[in-house]
Design a protein. Sequence first.
Length: 511
Amino acid sequence: MNTPHGAEVAPQDPASVISVRSALRSPARLKTELLAGLVVALALIPEAIAFSVIAGVDPRVGLFASVTMAITIAFVGGRPAMISASTAAVALVIAPVSRQYGVDHLIATVVLGGLFQILLSVLGVAKLMRFVPRSVMVGFVNSLAILVFVAQIPHLVDVPWMVYPLVAAGILVLVFLPRISEAVPAPLVAIVLLTVVTVTFSLNVPDVADQGELPESLPSLLLPDVPPTFETFEILAPYALAMALVGLMESLMTAKLVDDITDTPSNKTREGWGQGIANIVTGFFGGMGGCAVVGQTMMNVKVSGARTRLSTLAAGVFLLVLVVALGDVVGLVPMAALVAVMIMVSIATVDWHSVHPRTLRLMPFSETLVMLVTVVATVSTGNLAIGVTLGVLTAMVLFARRVAHMTSVEKIVAADTDGDGSVDRCTYRVTGELFWASSNDLVHRFDYLGDPAEVVIDLTDADVWDASTVATLDAIQHKYAAKGKTVTIVGLDGAGLERLRRLSGRLGESH
């Protein structure tokens, strides 16, 4: 159940992969997975309520979404130990639907978004992850840490003074308890300890109950009451597609991050269509949809040490039990305890090596710039998908610019081919990869007036990658032809030669 499959999965040492079966046979591992799930469930409650507010729906909608997303993805997902639930990114995308058309249209959007995710995954969108550079991943991780920390600030502003010593005490427990014993996850100890202190001394501090009303019954299966017409599809499709893209991007980036942390592979394609199935199930149970939750995933994997699908399943089941059966007890948990846990998650998430002065001095400026663009865009918009997209685009532009400057044109000494003492032929040797960026100024590298009647362009050490380059070569030939001179292109072979033969003269008028 825990062994990924698919073309994008690299060979892996079986000893490094912890299967569900082996976890069930190991009391120590089983305890780690279940307690990790419990900690994650407690941390999901206030965030699910907050995301419901963003989406403009009842808190129950966000809580039920977190339950159904976590339980479903535990079975169909491609990345063990990753947590999926309601998220701010998805809430922001679908909020306009709820405001303008109501909850039924929102649920229909979630279901349609899930269908889009399945379709995109089948078409191979997960394979695009190979084009995400390391510098973008580092920016993603660091911006995630900042966002997790910033999300805690509202719980530290305009609050009773006792909140601060409680948060400090929670951080101390999280820092020092693992050095003494790892028998019980430090986050769970911190949450229980601070709750007991708060209740025993009747401390007047914000708690989970203050964040919103918890449900008192199980989620029920329902069908959204929307007209099954093409007009409805036209209204919902743009929001559903945006939700699908944002959810896939955040989930696949998080899966890659967990791959690196655990040194185990995952099936990104399965994770993609698994997210789609989870959103469809969530929609039919009246949830607001979601995707991978990066902060809680880090809490599960990096802080609590979970490694299997059991932790994800436990998070969903515990969340359901906590909010339905033990809502009154959960409501007593002080927000200070959860804030302390999330602050430590943010600290543990930062890639400190990437921001060390020595690393910054050694790192090429272009890669540092890509990381900074990713961080700034993510933090300023609060959307990881936007930050990653801008980071990748920046990396593409810088890469194209760098490769473009690796192209050179050398004019070889002209030749007297007929022995009459006049120069009647010259050769230009072009070196490098020719594509839209590098071939743009190629047309200006030739002496159209001063060259002899015959010109040879030698592409032995070059290659033609796209139609832009073919159009540039056509333009060069036309400029020489206008001066009554002929051009011969030599040295190409393989795909570059085939591309030139197929497109040359067929791309419109060249100038």
